[in-house]
Design a protein around this ligand. Structure first.
Ligand code: XMP
Length: 528
């Protein structure tokens, strides 16, 4: 790849991925690698600049992690963050003093010395004219003596050296975390580092990336054939569109409909890929097979296992019919790669076991094609739009692999799935068409995930002159950054009322709608 690159050496911080995301948002390509990569690796990587991450270790003295000597020998700019600042201080001849405890929190940092990193970047000014930054700080160990050639760049009352710089060598370090959004100017600082100090031109743009990705896929695949499991999700859709752009009919997509998809989803996927893109798509309607195996099963984990197993089964059967296929394409994205420890320097490249293709490469004896391996989710979406996929498809809420199987409590039945699909579609339609006046955004955009859940309990109602005895649907809508924790969305009552009315009037078989107001934790986002 011909892009200018930033190397991020990871010392084990929880938030290293955020550094990479901020750098990519500045349109600069970067990769995360473990801090103990070889000197040769660093030279070969040929970075335009290096960022040293924070660490999970509680104090500096807990471990003896150091940046490889090559970091200091290359002559490129280096930015140390938190632990990265300590290692820079020590390796450059300064002093770090350990402390017993460590705390994280909001701090106001005063900028000093008009350094190239912070000059002109500030949140407010003090009465006596000092530029101040609102940051997320990790207190604890402290740099107590600047290394030779360094000057003070930032301070707080409790942390007199909260930032330091050697401008001749273009080494900068901050005790706080510019990668987290709580540090208001963090993105500006990282952009300043990569664009101005490292002089990266900003050549990482998804629209231009298509050409390069297409060339790479063509070179990798040659004249061989590729199969891909299309799920309707963002990652597999974008992967399919990209590979199709590269090799056209050498790609066959297999779309397994397990009968647990959202309303009209099968049709939408076929219209898009077979219809508009003219891709080869094998559409397998396996509803009967899945429902057969799920009959009588009520345990959520058991249901997940059955759906996963049957998926592999159906996909394998279809794949074996395509005797010429030598490659299996997957929509693996960069966070999957980083989380599974599969960065290029680690040998054991574990592939995230996507629900739909778990274990398939081994059993099918296929080579893996993963054209999105370097991309973050935002980049995958941008690429999808650049490839001509509809905005609504690319910016859809996530949908679990087992589909409605985990949104129908207890036993999964086709009649339940049919009711749920219709109720869910009404809810989503209303979220997409109702705008929140202050932000001008739709409630669909303001929520991270929203859906209906089928409760197989009957309650009494009245409709017209008659008494009804029908099922209940729960609505779930959450706001979350990372899906690890979530708040229930405070949807307007009028919106909830309208959705409830429409569902009860339009979906015969449902006479009661409730709204889920549980946070995660202690509840989860899905009900099963
Ligand atoms: P929970 O319910 O654990 O959900 O709070 C967190 C996120 O994960 C999704 N999810 C799944 N995705 N297979 C998937 O592919 C699953 O079995 C599964 N279970 C939950 C859920 O939709 C939410 O986005």
């Amino acid at each position: 790849m011909s892009h200018q690159k930033i190397l991020i050496l990871d010392f084990g911080s929880q938030v290293t991925q955020l550094i990479a995301r901020r750098v990519r948002e500045s349109h600069v390509y970067c990769e995360i690698h473990p801090n103990d990569v070889s000197e040769a690796f660093i030279r070969e990587f040929d970075p335009q600049g290096i960022i040293l991450s924070g660490s999970h270790a509680s104090t500096y003295e807990d471990h003896q992690l150091r940046a490889p000597q090559a970091v200091w020998d290359l002559g490129v700019p280096v930015l140390g963050i938190c632990f990265g600042m300590f290692t820079m201080a020590v390796q450059q001849g300064g002093k770090v003093e350990p402390s017993e405890h460590r705390e994280f929190g909001y701090a106001e940092v005063r900028a000093h010395g008009h350094t190239a990193l912070l000059d002109g970047i500030e949140d407010f000014r003090t009465a006596d004219g000092h530029g101040m930054l609102k940051v997320w700080m990790s207190h604890g160990d402290k740099v107590t003596e600047l290394p030779p050639g360094f000057k003070l760049m930032a301070s707080t009352p409790s942390c007199p050296i909260a930032g330091m710089a050697n401008e001749e060598k273009r080494y900068y370090a901050v005790q706080f975390h510019p990668e987290v959004t709580h540090t208001l100017q963090g993105r500006a600082m990282l952009e300043r580092f990569v664009r101005d100090i490292c002089a990266c031109s900003g050549d990482w743009v998804m629209g231009n990336y298509i050409e390069e990705a297409v060339a790479r896929i063509r070179e990798q695949v040659g004249d061989e054939e590729v199969i891909l499991g299309l799920s309707g999700g963002v990652d597999s859709s974008v992967a399919a569109a990209l590979i199709h752009r590269a090799i056209g009919d050498q790609l066959t997509c297999v779309f397994v409909d397990h009968g647990l998809l959202r309303l009209n989803e099968g049709q939408l996927v076929m219209d898009m890929f077979a219809g508009r893109l003219h891709a080869k798509v094998v559409h397998v309607d396996a509803t009967a097979q899945f429902m057969g195996h799920l009959a009588g099963v009520t345990d959520p984990e058991q249901k997940r296992k059955i759906i996963g197993r049957e998926f592999v089964e159906v996909f394998q059967t279809e794949a074996r019919k395509l005797a010429n296929a030598k490659w299996l394409a997957q929509g693996t994205i960069y966070p999957d790669v980083v989380e599974s420890g599969g960065t290029k320097t680690k040998k054991a490249t574990t592939i995230k076991s996507h629900h739909n293709v778990g274990g398939l490469p081994e059993t099918l004896g296929l080579k893996l094609l993963e054209p999105l391996r370097e991309l973050f989710k935002d980049e995958v979406r941008e690429l999808g739009v650049a490839l001509g996929l509809p905005h609504d498809m690319v910016y859809r809420h996530p949908f679990p692999g087992p589909g409605l199987g985990v949104r129908i409590l207890g036993e999964v039945r086709k009649d339940y799935a049919d009711l749920l699909r219709r109720a869910d579609a009404i809810f989503i339609e209303e979220l997409r068409t109702t705008t929140e006046p202050h932000t001008g955004k739709t409630w669909y955009e303001l929520t991270s995930q929203a859906f209906a859940v089928f409760l197989p309990v009957k309650s009494v109602g009245v409709m017209g002159d008659g008494r009804t005895y029908e099922y209940v649907v729960a609505l779930r809508a959450v706001e979350t950054q990372d899906f690890m924790t979530a708040h229930w969305a405070e949807l307007p009552h009028a919106l909830l009322g309208k959705v409830s009315n429409r569902i009860i009037n339009e979906v015969r078989g449902i006479n009661r709608v409730v709204y889920d107001i549980s946070g995660k934790p202690p509840a989860t986002i899905e009900w099963e």
